[in-house]
Write a protein that binds this ligand. Sequence first.
Ligand code: ACM
Length: 716
Amino acid sequence: MPIRPAALAAACVLALLGAGPAGAVSLTPLPQSVTEHEGALPVASRFAITWTGCRDPMLERAAERFQRDLGRLTGIETFAAGGPTLEISCAAADPGALTLQAREGYRLQVAPRGVALQADGPVGVLRGLATLRQLLETDADGAASLPLVSIDDKPRFAWRGVMIDTARHFMSVATIKRQIDAMEQVKLNVLHLHLSDNEAFRVESRRYPRLHEVAGHGQFYTQAEIRELITYAADRGVRVVPEFDVPGHARAMTLAYPELASNPTAAAAGAQVLSPAKEDTYRFVTRLFDEMAGLFPDAYFHIGGDEVPDDAWAGDLEVEALKTAQGLKTKAEVEAHSHRRIHQALTRRGKIVVGWEEVIDTGTLPRDIVVQAWRTSNATSRATALGHRTIVSAGSYLDLLNTAAFHYGFDPLDTSTAGMSPADAEAARKLHPLVGRFVTDGVIVQPMAPLTPQQEALVIGGEAPIWAELISDEMLDNRLWPRAAALAERFWSPKDVRDVPDMYLRLAVQQDRLRRLGLQDQAARARMASRLAPGASEPLMVFLDLVGPVRHMAHDKRVPAAIAGKKIVQHLTALADAAPVDSLVARAFVAGAERAAAGEAADRAAVRADFAVWSANHQRIVAVAQDHPAVREALPISADIAEMAAVGTAALDALEAGKPLSPDVAARAKAVLDRADAFEAASARPIFSFFGKRPPADLLIMVTPGVRRLVEAAGG
Ligand code: ACM
């Protein structure tokens, strides 16, 4: 069969892969085009690989990892020869392999005589091998095979990133490497490391050693470790883009070098903002960035530029003098002055500057600065209208603990979707006097004209940031995955790949692949549960699969404390920290309950069995809570899940008897389901999340929609 063009192919792929039987081809991100043929190629052992055009040490290491992963994915032995052939060919070497021009396209043919992987360049080989891993299947006897397929694939966007905040919580080298491993499997290609902020500076600096010695707080990457990470990422076709945030978010810098702070009287307390008026600041930033530009080989260098407070330079006479001398009127113009000088220095160093969207506030900065849109989709429109290339992160903040479906719904090229509505902004400002400071015009999204083709061409891709205020090293696997894989699909696959139920089916399969390849989400969750109830954590694991943490920072207990004038330390050891954000077990339950409501007998039996487990598990949690006080807080949530099991079982009984649910059960169902929905709604919107009623233990019940569907089907 011929390879189909992309748009048509997306529809065909969905038809092929859709809610197919377990074991059907399940790829994430979906390729541009997949054609399945009858039959399979047995894979008894490691492949016999031949190379045409592109063999090099990087690719040899990639091939060796692929052979190793065969074993991890399928359980077959891969030390001996005897497997099928894999002919790898490259159209050309690729001098732009680790740039936006990387040749990532590939074509894969799995035929009865072996596999052919034709790539546009070396990175295309990595992408093709990632797909080949995903094609592996095992049968009932444990024998491995590949389905016969033809795949033609290339990315929609060149920049497909994840940003990891290492300042708020330090992420170890091993943890970062695990994320890079997973990124390779879903074809993400940029790791943006946020390396300095108010809380810490995380890289060894030889020129300014107090940065890591004082402001690293004992946890930083040595330069050797940074080089190791960059090499590790490069081997997987992932670029590492560093960010050192200036002039705001810079308390770590002023802690180390107080003389750089604006408004020196504030410096002792740790000023957040560098002085834009001192030559010392520019000498420091230029020399530091020069050192870091040498350490990080990527062409792109992120200077932050976000969230300089309105009063950052209030009362700073040097800044007043600068404004007079340079004719600068506004805070934004002062920032632009600072950005321009830093841009000049980095450009001389051969770097391309990236900044968060505030860098376009004056609209006067050099057009070669790449803008990262984060607060609203409108920013994509504004930045590209000014001629800036743009990376879109609005709608992709994984630290806000929204579902994969939520993030999947934002397209990087949409102009009006992500952000706070004007009505919400008005209502939010009335919540508390402090809120006005955060609800600025910049966070409000307005309807905007679609991007012109010229603007669309300036959108180089998307990036999912994960800020780490509430994410420790052991939580990162859990918080990034599987949701980052849904975003990987948004950034790689054709725009019309948007079927949410199908995405979740594939996400569950892909998450299990990532686990077989080393992801630690389950192990970390089990460790956290065992800390809460040593020797008795198994019921907690069952419970955790049914719940999720409140969204939009509502779990950040430091915020209400700060509003009340108190400063507290929050330990990330609660059930809400261990809970998955978007439990795939809960998702599978909801999908099954929907089918059960529609009359599927097998699903009715499975859902009934789930209800029995939830009921029994609640009794076990009650027992565990007697000896483990940390669990007690969650008892009302566990009780509500047991109540959902009871009304859900009654709904199944009613459906099967062909009778409506009795009024008293319907009333009980309404009470428990409405309570769960009210808690869900209370944290569904940023800012409001801090003021709404929080559920016990900060836990949302993720199975609610499935139970509601059954109750409604039974006339409740
Ligand atoms: C940001 O989230 N402050 C870029």
